[in-house]
Design a protein around this ligand. Structure first.
Ligand code: GLU
Length: 248
């Protein structure tokens, strides 16, 4: 009787994240679908970008192929909720590590570093963050820029959007003086559009990392992802991927 009891306990051991993903036969990843060149859709509606390639590497790590993966669109304001509720297994979504977020979720090693920058219409008199005081400034809800702007320039009139393309269109339409956001995200708009420019100063270091639900169940996959990222950094593979997507 005692032996049977022991055996039973073993069988009922709760599955961790890696086991759950393997048993399901696919990994479910929260990604951006409107943030070029990190997570966006090609003309056939397929998810592509630098974040998507990182997610596919994680899929390869688990299954030995890059196809047993499902992408779920997330925005900066709903991604932590999608992760915490279990709608996705992990997030690869231009997400920076911050001390506040670390209270809610876990992060992998860094796979990209961006910096917060200001984008204005060409010819704008604005030259620095401080000059945005009492002016209308666009941010994307849930981003680190929203928080930094409210702290650094408390009297700025903050106008929020859910996505970066909406924020960009609002700047173009003259709804505000500037957008504050990560340079590598803003760059994509400025490259194709001579009517806007990114000011040279950077106001933060944004360490992009893969996000996991907090706790023991995530540990095994998190350790493997860290090893993978660190190996890719050392071998130069990360650099090559950044070059490929124009963010180096
Ligand atoms: N990296 C910043 C963040 O995690 C901005 C990009 C984004 O909003 O996804 O908030």
């Amino acid at each position: 009787v005692i032996l049977t009891g022991c055996g039973k306990k073993r069988d009922e051991a709760p599955r961790d994240l890696l086991d759950t993903i393997k048993a399901r036969g696919k990994i479910i990843v929260g990604v951006k679908t409107d943030t070029k060149p990190f997570g966006f859709l090609d003309k056939d509606g397929r998810n592509i970008g630098y974040d998507i390639d990182i997610a596919k590497k994680i899929c390869y790590l688990i299954f030995g192929n890059e196809t047993q993966i499902e992408f779920v669109p997330v925005t900066p304001s709903n991604r932590i909720m999608k992760l915490s509720s279990g709608a996705v297994d992990i997030l690869v979504a231009t997400m920076s590590v911050t001390s506040q977020r670390l209270q809610l979720i876990d992060f992998s090693s860094t796979y990209h570093i961006a910096g917060q920058a200001i984008m204005v219409r060409k010819g704008s008199p604005v030259t620095s963050l401080k000059e945005l005081n009492k002016k209308k400034v666009i941010i994307v809800y849930g981003s680190t820029s929203e928080k930094n702007l409210r702290l650094a320039v408390p009297e700025a009139m903050v106008i929020g959007y859910r996505t970066y393309p909406e924020a960009y269109r609002a700047l173009k339409a003259g709804k505000a003086e500037a957008i504050v956001a990560d340079d590598t995200i803003l760059l994509r708009f400025a490259i194709d559009d001579p009517s806007v420019e990114i000011l040279s100063k950077r106001y933060s270091m944004e360490h992009y990392a893969v996000a996991f639900r907090k706790g023991k169940k995530s540990e095994r996959l998190l350790d493997r992802v860290n090893f993978m990222i660190e190996t890719m950094v050392r071998s130069g593979e990360i650099s090559r991927m950044q070059e490929q997507w124009g963010i180096k």
